[in-house]
Write a new protein. Structure first.
Length: 113
């Protein structure tokens, strides 16, 4: 069973940047579509971005231009580069290997001055 570990979250000022990482165990990472979700306090978990095994990407419309998803199959890692962060980006960010539907434990991002 694949395991996912997120890292890179933290406290950042509005307008700042962060890069989240999600590293997978095992040898099948390259075939997975990988998702980044987020869950803000009191809200449902929402899909932020996704990247297929072939590198095709998806972004939630409101985040296009600020967030970039990428992957490095040699490192079993998917990244989420976040720019021009806003207080409303505050959430716990989770990665998921879509099929087999395995989730990481999340990394918190707090955007505040």
């Amino acid at each position: 069973q694949v395991q996912l570990v997120e890292s890179g979250g933290g406290l950042v000022q509005p307008g700042g940047s962060l890069r989240l990482s999600c590293t997978a165990s095992g040898s099948r990472f390259s075939i997975y579509t990988m998702d980044w979700y987020r869950q803000a306090p009191g809200k449902h978990r929402e899909l932020v971005a996704a990247i297929s095994s072939g590198g095709n990407t998806y972004y939630e419309d409101s985040l296009k231009g600020r967030f970039t998803i990428s992957r490095d199959n040699a490192k079993n890692t998917v990244y989420l580069q976040m720019e021009s962060l806003k207080p409303e980006d505050t959430a716990v960010y989770y990665c998921r290997a879509r099929d087999p539907n395995v989730w990481g434990k999340g990394t918190p991002v707090i955007v505040s001055s």
